[in-house]
Write a protein that binds this ligand. Sequence first.
Ligand code: CP3
Length: 344
Amino acid sequence: MPQSATKPFIDVLSGQRQTIPPMWMMRQAGRYLPEYREVRAKAGGFLDLCFNPELAAEVTLQPIRRFGFNAAIIFSDILVIPYALGRSVRFEVGEGPRLEPLDDPAKVATLATRADLGKLTPVFEALKIVRGGLAPEVALIGFCGAPWTVATYMVAGQGTPDQAPARMMAYRHPEAFAKIINVLVESSIEYLLAQLAAGADALQIFDTWAGVLPPAEFARWSVEPTRRIVEGVRAKVPDAKIIGFPRGASAQLPAYVEATGVNAVSIDWTAEPAFVRERVQSKVAVQGNLDPLVLITGGAALDRAIDDVLANFAQGRFIFNLGHGIQPETPIAHVEQMLKRVRG
Ligand code: CP3
């Protein structure tokens, strides 16, 4: 018999609970790893690293080699879609992303209607290299940002504390804002399909700023565009496995799950466990939700928090992860402590 190529991570997304939950971490390739900082320093800018297939594949594989996670996530960024739409996208050291703001209807009229996916060929090349370097039981995750979250950066031209520019634009100029969202929906479908074709086993849609919208706006700008992406991907790949991450959606998680058709939701650390078990995990798999700050803390506080996450969710379909990305100052020993405790 050949070695089984079963992937525990994919099995959970297919509805089969695993005795030991598969695990990975959001932002697992990143600045908390010395080997990442070394590659990052020789790559030049952040986008130069994203668009260098060999180096992007190398940093994608680094956390798998070091920790043996059950899934790798391709090293890239949600803002490569605006880049493929011809917008200027830069990452300033220590400041985060800078784009040309798209904050009035006249500017939106100049927005390309289709992304040039040719500009993202290096991402697809990197996926192929990573696939070749992964053991068969390790899953490879492709991703995109949800249209709402990507739009918050496109409208403001940068990260903002409360996403006010995009929220204002959605109220003031709903038609122009809808045009941005529609272009992002179509581009994201094509981009996700191309990632599947290049070797991704599953997809995650990051909606980091879903939690700042009132319910009706959440339904219109976060849920509905995500539903269209899931539908568009499944029109070509019917069994595509898709995880949604509507960060901060809290009481609206059940509505999100029901409407979008995702196979799993990633939850942040504020989610109410009994509510999530009864209303969400009864329908789809759940991924999460250790507070990244307790991973920085370590020690007994970390052990307690891990035990709580396991007690809350590990009786059902569950993927162990953080509630958001790992922070650069996190000690590597604490990641090792977490792996040991979850698997032990
Ligand atoms: O998870 C992974 O390991 C895969 C890689 C990944 C990155 N960004 C690499 C990255 C993923 C999945 C993302 C998604 C992303 N990018 C999101 C959604 C998830 C989230 O974290 O909320 C968002 C909102 C972005 C946009 C973005 N990219 C911002 C706001 C910043 C600057 C803030 C920061 O952490 O520096 C980035 C830069 C970025 N993307 C870095 C990494 C590793 C740091 C840049 C560096 O190494 O110099």
